[in-house]
Ligand binder design. Structure first.
Ligand code: 4AD
Ligand code: MG
Length: 474
């Protein structure tokens, strides 16, 4: 037989050249039919949609057909025919079927309608399901959109290190990186970092920002897009120990411009999904969350609220005085809990909120200090900083960012008063010593964006192989 090239299902379903011979390969989703004919729904991952294979049983070996079960991998040669019943415009009348990989009955994804908890135990196999296929295709599209957004605006993709010898960001607990033999260290009773690989303690990075600032103050505007690692023991549906972060950093940018960029960026990504992931979104909208597409459209079409922390506290305190109950207190100075953020976003404003001007004490050392202190109930409050958190419905904080303190002395003051070790900081401080410039940036949690765009409820279900406390199997 003459060789023909494999056609992807995504392409095949757009074809109308009935009678043409094609070759498709993929995994069997379902098989049904009668004694005379089998209908096989075949999926090859290129789209959420299956192509229907029609196999007249008198043409195929009975032993072969027995093995065409859910999950089996097959190759099918046949002709493109117009379909009447499959829900698609085309199907394939099979002339040759080859079994590439049989799939015995203990296939963990055999049954439909398993819970996501169940599927997490089979993270290596769940990718073959409709839901995870849809999520992973959207994830890819979001990564592509992010690169396009920044590239089109003249930002340079800048690679910051994953292994770092400084713990200055203070964004979270770090994973130590070492080649020391811990058993030997334990026996000797002391650690000699001179003997360690880098000659000093090293860790996995919690953020590329500080190195990103070095890039931005040279190239003008950069963005990072890579994995970050946080060893905090937070077992929530919104935290991972290993997650991907996008961190743009821009010279000469002020706070209003930063907020504009944050808002434009998120809207661009969501619009990209609406424009380029329609099939997968429709699937998720019907199976996971009936208001998903409506929510995505509404985010693209609304102006985000811009609200100072002090105004936010005022709103929350008013709600409490009117009887609204929260688990955690929220006095001026407290870090807002996710219940507070969600109240503002989901109940009070019913749209995304960019919150700014947080108390200095609850934010990172590098944030630019406001010139004027806020006043609440006639009382002057402590210093605030030009930090911005973007708060989203369902998600809570999706972006954290700020204008950076560019003044050497003020920055130094913060480093000293917070007891941040200077020996780790000299290279960062050099940006403020040599041609210091005003600049700003933010970090978007990639998986939190994917949570929002897919309507999935748990962050473990929007990354192929989630790392969380006590879980790194696959
Ligand atoms: O607010 P964070 O800690 O900010 C930074 O790391 C800054 N260096 C960013 C910057 O200004 N360049 O983290 C940024 C975002 C959060 O808003 C959240 O979306 C996400 O990263 N994030 C996490 N996502 C998943 N799991 C975790 N454990 C996360 N911690 C933060
Ligand atoms: Mg934050």
């Amino acid at each position: 037989m003459n060789e023909i090239k494999r056609t992807k299902v995504s392409h095949l379903l757009t074809r109308r050249d009935f009678g043409t011979e094609v070759l498709v390969k993929g995994w069997v989703r379902t098989r049904r039919g009668s004694k005379a004919v089998s209908f096989i729904a075949l999926n090859d991952g290129s789209t959420i949609k299956n192509v229907q294979i029609v196999a007249d049983l008198d043409r195929f070996d009975e032993e072969l057909m027995k093995q065409i079960t859910t999950g089996a991998c097959i190759s099918v040669r046949g002709t493109v025919v117009e379909s009447i019943g499959s829900g698609q415009a085309v199907e394939i009348q099979a002339s040759e079927i080859v079994l590439l990989g049989a799939c015995p009955a203990d296939y963990p994804m055999q049954k439909k309608g398993q819970t996501f908890e169940y599927m997490r135990q089979y993270a290596h196999m769940r990718l073959r399901t409709n839901t995870f296929g849809a999520v992973m295709r959207i994830r890819h599209n979001m990564a592509f959109a992010i690169h396009k957004f920044f590239h089109d605006r003249g930002f340079f993709y800048f690679h910051t290190p994953l292994i770092t010898a400084s713990d200055c960001e203070g964004a979270g607990q770090m994973f130590q990186v070492t080649t020391l033999d811990l058993n030997r260290v334990a026996k000797s009773g002391k650690v000699d970092y001179n003997e360690d690989f880098f000659g000093k303690p090293a860790s996995l990075t919690v953020s590329g920002q500080l190195e990103g600032e070095l890039g931005a103050t040279a190239l003008g505007a950069i963005y990072t897009f890579g994995p970050t690692f946080r060893a905090e023991n937070s077992n929530t549906p919104r935290h991972l120990s290993e997650f991907w972060m996008i961190e743009p950093e821009i010279s000469f940018m002020d706070l209003p411009e930063l907020m504009d960029l944050e808002e434009e960026f998120i809207k661009y990504c969501v619009q990209w999904a609406l424009d380029n992931c329609a099939d997968d979104l429709e699937f998720l909208n019907s199976m996971i969350d009936k208001s998903l597409i409506e929510r995505l459209r509404s985010v693209v079409n609304t102006e985000f609220v811009r609200l100072s922390y002090t105004e936010g506290i005022e709103i929350l305190k008013k709600a409490i005085s009117e009887g609204r109950k929260f688990e955690f207190p929220c006095e001026w100075g407290d870090d807002l809990a996710s219940e507070h953020e969600r109240y503002l976003v989901e109940e009070y404003f019913r749209k995304p909120v960019i919150m700014t001007h947080y108390p200095k004490a609850i934010k990172a050392f590098y944030m630019k200090i406001d010139e004027v202190n806020p006043v609440l109930e006639g009382k002057e409050m402590a210093q605030t900083v030009q930090g911005t958190d973007v708060l989203f419905p369902q998600i809570g904080e999706i972006i954290g960012g700020s204008v950076r303190e560019e003044d050497y002395d003020k920055l130094m003051g913060e480093i000293e008063s917070r007891g941040i070790p200077m020996k780790d900081m000299w290279w960062y401080l050099d940006t403020r010593r040599f041609g210091s410039c005003p600049h700003a940036g933010f970090g978007l949690g990639f998986e939190r964006l994917i949570l929002f765009v897919t309507g999935m409820q748990n962050i473990r279900d929007v990354i192929p192989f989630p790392r969380t406390p006590r879980s790194a199997e696959f």
